[in-house]
Design a protein around this ligand. Structure first.
Ligand code: SAH
Length: 387
């Protein structure tokens, strides 16, 4: 298990709540995560050991901090769970190290440029959040500064100073979030420097990632996950594949090289724009992407008497829905590969799939979120009347 036996501790762990570092060894954690998958999935199929990380620290390629004031001092940190109280955090054992340094610099610049930070209670002030995304293999870094309105005093000098201190930053974006919401990002993005997105390489393909597009936060383990998903799909080159909840198209594109045709379906418009661009830059021409609801898309496929050989689904934590499962069964895939970041909703959905005529064959866990309680698993299913 590489360096995982090193025991580290964090001064913020109690208040912050984002991770549980120091509570159990990484090996214990992997065993407990396997048990967690088993609790919901064992009645459907055997569960393999979790594939753990070689070095389970500083893996987060997406880092977020909220700005606020404590006794007149500008701070960046995280909200204490369920409150508006900010816990200032200077370094984090699971987040990318460069990102933490950039957040510290931006906090200092906010002070020296005398920019007002936003106050959640009064809804006044300007600078709300910072979001950093890093392409772990390209080393490209995007800094997103979330403001409460379109104004940004001293914008040019601010950006120049930030780039001077951190020349490794490849793009800086202003995101405007004028809503009183717990969501970090608003809808409007303005590139203040660079092209407004980063790229990363996964499984040999290059992906462009916009500020709001979903991208796995652990790049190294995402490759482990996607390789397992491809093995589970057992593609021979003749299959038609549906990639439901496809995000920027990562899984579908990796599968396209081994399939006849892939269709990715995704609700988020920006993600689909990234996905289309990604297919082009990787010269993949047997994939297309649709903006829309995956259930509606599959329902209309079945109304047109279309079917798919393989379905891959990778829904959010809330899981899938019963109507999704019915629509999936109506296009009669022989194999279904379900990637889940929540064993509980996975278990619920497997019951719907079982009722719809699908048998779970195997489950495998991949640890994407070391020292947290988040667990990722892949389940392979087959239509009961197929082999
Ligand atoms: N498979 C991708 C993204 C998975 S995250 C990857 O590995 O990178 C889940 C995605 O599902 C998000 O991008 C979200 O926008 C999308 N989504 C949520 N509900 C959806 C729905 N009903 N239909 C299609 N996409 C949906």
């Amino acid at each position: 298990m590489g360096n995982a036996e090193i025991n580290k501790s964090c001064p913020y762990v109690k208040e912050c709540g984002a991770c549980h570092i120091g509570e159990r060894t990484y090996e214990e954690e992997l065993a407990q995560k396997k048990q967690q998958v088993e609790a919901y999935v064992k009645k459907y199929c055997p569960v393999a050991d979790m594939a753990g990380m070689y070095y389970p620290y500083h893996y987060r390629n997406k880092v977020h901090a909220v700005f606020g004031r404590i006794k007149d001092e500008v701070v960046a940190g995280t909200y204490e769970e369920g409150t508006h109280r900010i816990i200032p955090i200077k370094s984090c054992l699971i987040e990318d190290v460069q990102a933490s340094k950039i957040i510290e610099t931006v906090t200092d610049l906010i002070k020296s440029f005398k920019i007002w930070v936003y106050n959640e209670d009064t809804c006044r002030g300007l600078m709300r959040h910072i979001l950093i995304r890093k392409g772990m293999s390209t080393k490209q870094i995007m800094v997103v500064l979330v403001t409460a309105g379109p104004e940004f005093p001293h914008k040019k000098n601010f950006v120049a100073k930030l780039r001077e201190i951190h020349p490794e930053i490849t793009t800086i974006v202003q995101n405007i979030n004028d809503q009183n919401t717990t969501m970090v990002l608003g809808e409007k993005n303005k590139a203040l420097y660079g092209n407004g997105y980063i790229e990363d390489v996964l499984c040999g393909l290059r992906f462009r990632i916009s500020p709001s597009s979903f991208y796995q936060i652990n790049s190294a383990q995402a490759q482990v996950l996607y390789k397992k998903a491809i093995q589970a799909a057992a593609l021979t080159g003749t299959e038609t594949v549906i990639d439901a909840y496809c995000g920027i198209g990562t899984i579908g594109m990796i599968m396209a090289t081994k399939a006849k045709r892939v269709t990715g379906i995704e609700l988020n418009n920006d993600a689909v724009r990234d996905a289309k661009e990604n297919a082009k830059r990787n010269n993949i021409d047997n994939i297309r992407f649709v903006v829309g609801d995956a259930t509606e898309y599959m329902t209309s496929m079945s109304e047109n008497a279309e079917h798919a050989d393989v379905l891959v689904l990778d829904p959010p934590r809330s899981g899938s829905t019963e109507s999704f499962v019915k629509a999936a069964a109506s296009i009669a895939p022989k194999r279904i590969v379900y990637i889940s970041c929540n064993p509980e909703t996975l278990g619920r959905d497997l019951e719907w799939f079982r009722k719809a005529g699908y048998r779970a064959v195997k489950a495998e866990g991949v640890d994407m979120f070391a020292f947290t309680n988040h667990t990722e698993a892949i389940v392979t299913m087959q239509r009961k009347d197929s082999r």
